[in-house]
Write a protein that binds this ligand. Structure first.
Ligand code: PMP
Length: 384
């Protein structure tokens, strides 16, 4: 059949280019990962606070779970019969923590980012999106009928120019960015974006805090908390699958925006809500978020050490966070570096185009607070 032939040819082409992806068979053992019998320190996890392996935490949570209180499914969309009260509890907790009118929970960051923009925009909307925003945001933009321009990564001069040139031609402009970028570990200039927004009356800000929620800010609320601009962001999105060691996502926003999304957002309406069990675990974690400041400080410290060492070894590294790319450049050299690190017991993965721009292949270290300073020093010594 034609379609099968085409698939086979494409897979062959990917294989020849060294870009064929397969699912790796993995075992997890605390902060280690075991691949084909080899135990390696996991340097590619999004469990930034190290909560997923915290036994005391899990025991405390499970103590209250009896068969009567074990809800492994919501069995429905929240608009039908799936709206267990634990959802409202988590949303109220988030809104209170952020000091916003409302919060709304989604099944994943992917659902959030592919659903919000198509719901709130139309052909009279212009979306300005950073060149490096996550695939889920790009897909959300594609699903929308808005016009979109991608601006050069963090190029505030270009964003200012684009807003100035276009604000009269559109009903509204939505600027879309991540706060801490997933591949560079660098940060958006949130304060400059906020300042720009207030120069116009039809500019809104959409900020994806997937890699900052739980990790940054005095209460772990994210980079906008650190930059003191939570209330200047119209759509502040966070996810639970990373530092929170759970699953799902949320937006904190005005009451009218939540009500609108509940009526218009297809990836919210047409899907079975997450199991109440997961929501209960997320709530349990979120309620304790402010207490993990020493983990956040430790993560900052080991991240600084690794970045400084990479720069000393001659690598470019734009990071200001716990996501630390070691930019090697060529594909082959990056793969060799990753293999060498794995042989030394460090599970670090290469990231290549098209995930990152051509010529910037890299090892992406994604650190967890559960890693010790000693382990980071050993890693540094293994880096060529
Ligand atoms: N936004 C960003 C910036 C991400 O990196 C990711 C996942 N890697 C997502 C959204 C999607 O979140 P989720 O995994 O919850 O679907």
């Amino acid at each position: 059949m034609e379609i099968i032939n085409r698939m086979e040819q494409e897979m062959q082409a990917l294989k020849s280019a060294g870009n064929l992806r397969t699912l790796p068979p993995l075992l997890h053992e605390s902060k280690n990962i075991i691949v084909k019998g080899k135990t390696m320190l996991n340097l590619s996890s999004n469990d930034y606070l190290g909560l997923s392996t915290n036994m005391e935490l899990k025991e405390r949570f499970l103590k209250d779970i009896t068969p009567e209180r074990f809800f492994p499914t919501s069995s429905s969309s929240r608009l039908l019969t799936g709206n267990f009260s634990i959802y409202d509890e988590l949303e109220q907790t988030l809104a209170k923590l952020f000091g916003t009118e409302e919060a709304l929970i989604f099944n994943s960051g992917y659902h959030a980012n592919t659903g919000i923009l198509p719901a709130v925009s139309d052909a009279q909307t212009l979306i300005l999106a950073d060149k490096l925003v996550h695939a889920s945001l790009i897909d959300g933009i594609r699903l929308s009928s808005a016009h979109c321009i991608r601006y050069r990564h963090n190029d505030m001069g270009q964003v200012e120019r684009l807003v100035h040139e276009n604000h009269l031609a559109y009903r509204e402009i939505i600027i879309v960015t991540e706060s801490i970028f997933s591949m560079n570990g660098d940060a958006a200039n949130l304060n400059a974006l906020v300042k720009l927004k207030y120069q116009y009356d039809n500019v809104l800000l959409y900020v994806d805090e997937a890699h900052a929620f739980g990790v940054r800010g005095a209460n772990g609320l994210g980079y906008a908390e650190e930059e003191n601009c939570i209330h200047d962001i119209d759509f502040l999105v966070g996810t639970f699958g990373k530092a929170i060691a759970s699953v799902g996502a949320f937006v904190v926003c005005k009451r009218i925006i939540k009500a609108y999304l509940v009526n218009r957002m297809r990836t919210f309406i047409f899907t079975t809500a997450l199991p109440p069990l997961n929501i209960a675990w997320t709530l349990f974690i979120v309620e304790q978020l402010k207490e993990w400041q020493s983990q956040r400080e430790h993560l900052k410290l080991i991240s600084k050490e690794l970045k400084a060492a990479l720069i000393l070894k001659g690598y470019k590294c734009p990071s200001i966070s716990h996501i630390i790319p070691m930019i090697v450049g060529a594909n082959e050299a990056t793969i060799l570096q990753a293999e060498a690190l794995q042989q030394h017991g460090f599970y670090a993965l290469p990231v290549r185009p098209p995930t990152v721009p051509a010529g910037t292949s890299r090892i992406r270290f994604s650190l967890m607070a559960a890693l010790s300073a000693d382990e980071i020093n050993q890693l540094i010594q293994s880096i060529q």
